[in-house]
Design a protein around this ligand. Structure first.
Ligand SMILES: Cc1cc2nc3c(=O)[nH]c(=O)nc-3n(C[C@H](O)[C@H](O)[C@H](O)COP(=O)(O)OP(=O)(O)OC[C@H]3O[C@@H](n4cnc5c(N)ncnc54)[C@H](O)[C@@H]3O)c2cc1C
Length: 342
């Protein structure tokens, strides 16, 4: 059995106090929300904070506020299960609720929070292992070693962005609030992630994520499509978030992000360029041909490597398939419920 190392546990009752404690202990401190990512990482000794700052007593970090016309704000400590149950979110942001509801299992979703999901550590088969396992291969670049074992000649780490909600929330243009000693700042989620398996966030370590802001639901349509081995449990090995705004049949805005296949939510830039201005109708053969051609452009930027579950070449080939499905989901007339097998 893997045991937690010794650490000091802090239980502040406000966001400001939590942030102050974290700043006081610098790199030796970590926030903990649901702990479903941090504690396994501590047990594996890939994260070794001497001070853990629990957010569970900070009531101001919980809850869902606002309305769909103005935009919705969710406290960072809102659990994924609470998102699944929320009637307003279910009615107005179904793609977001779907992305939250396909995270792991009900047990994990009862504990796991939206803040923790947005800041989830990047994952890799050579990193998410016990200390002894990692020591046997002389560790890896992300923790204690110098070589990235999935690409030994590469100067960088290729650990993978594996959160289910991130690609979708980037695609719809969500924002987050970050609290530091200098006050609170609001940042587009798209700017929070960096294409680096180690330094995968642009936020400062002592900044506390206080809230997630969903944009007003003013006519855009979104979808999240997830590929994994077991439909009831696993991390995404490919996750596509898509968002389209149409005027009549014409696409006037689009955004597409690919998760689970690189160190950040990869923008499918060329696909988006091909979609803008296109006329698309659900079930129309000419539209379908255009969607398939645009989706094929997502093949190249998808950086599937041999460091997660399932064959990397197959996952890369599946990217255009999942991108096409996600685009179709965003068209008027598409079925309301996403069936991951179709
Ligand atoms: C078996 C298993 C399966 C899983 N499957 C999936 C899956 O399919 N999809 C998926 O997306 N995830 C999955 N996860 C990962 C995890 O359970 C979820 O991502 C969950 O939402 C993480 O939230 P948390 O509150 O538990 O995060 P925590 O573990 O508490 O925190 C995660 C990280 O974020 C930091 N942090 C948390 N909150 C804040 C904050 N407010 N401000 C600043 N920093 C903060 C912590 O310091 C830590 O570094 C899985 C985990 C396990 C163990």
């Amino acid at each position: 059995m893997l045991r937690l190392p010794k650490f000091s546990y802090h239980r502040p009752t406000s966001a400001a106090e939590a942030q102050r404690i974290a700043a006081e202990h610098g790199p030796d401190a970590r926030f903990v929300a649901g702990g479903t990512d941090l504690y396994p990482n501590m047990k594996r000794r890939v994260q070794r904070p001497g001070h853990v700052v629990a957010l569970s007593q900070c009531a101001e970090l919980r809850g869902v506020r606002g309305d769909a016309r103005q935009g919705i704000t969710l406290g960072a400590m809102t659990t994924l299960a609470a998102i699944e149950r929320d009637a307003l979110l279910r009615a107005q942001y179904p793609a977001f609720v779907h992305a939250a509801s396909v995270v792991s299992t009900p047990l994990l979703r009862n504990m796991g929070t939206i803040g923790g999901n947005l800041l989830l550590d990047t994952r890799c088969n050579y990193y998410d292992q016990s200390h002894e396992w990692r020591e046997a291969i002389q560790f890896c670049k992300k923790c204690d070693g110098t070589v990235c074992w999935v690409a030994p000649s590469s100067p960088r780490c290729w650990a993978v962005q594996s959160s289910d909600t991130v690609p979708l929330l980037c695609a719809i243009g969500a924002e987050v609030s970050l609290l530091s000693g200098d006050g609170e700042r609001r940042v587009p989620l798209r700017e929070l992630y960096r294409d680096d398996g180690i330094e995968y966030l642009s936020k400062r370590r002592e900044e506390l994520l206080t809230a997630l802001h969903l944009p007003a639901n003013d006519g855009w349509r979104a979808s999240y499509r997830k590929l994994r081995r077991r439909g009831s449990f696993d991390f995404p090995v490919l996750g596509v978030g898509a968002c389209l705004r149409l005027e009549g049949d014409r696409v006037v805005e689009a955004d597409l992000r690919i998760g689970g296949a690189g160190s950040w939510p990869i923008p499918a830039t060329r696909t988006v360029e091909m979609l803008r201005g296109a006329e698309l109708r659900y079930g129309d053969p000419a539209s379908d041909e255009l969607i398939r051609a645009a989706a094929q452009e997502a093949y190249k930027p998808t950086r599937a490597m041999d460091n997660t579950d399932l064959d990397a070449h197959w996952r890369k080939k599946m990217a255009p398939v999942f991108v096409a499905r996600a685009i179709r989901d965003c068209l008027p007339g598409a079925p309301e419920r996403i069936d991951e097998r179709e």
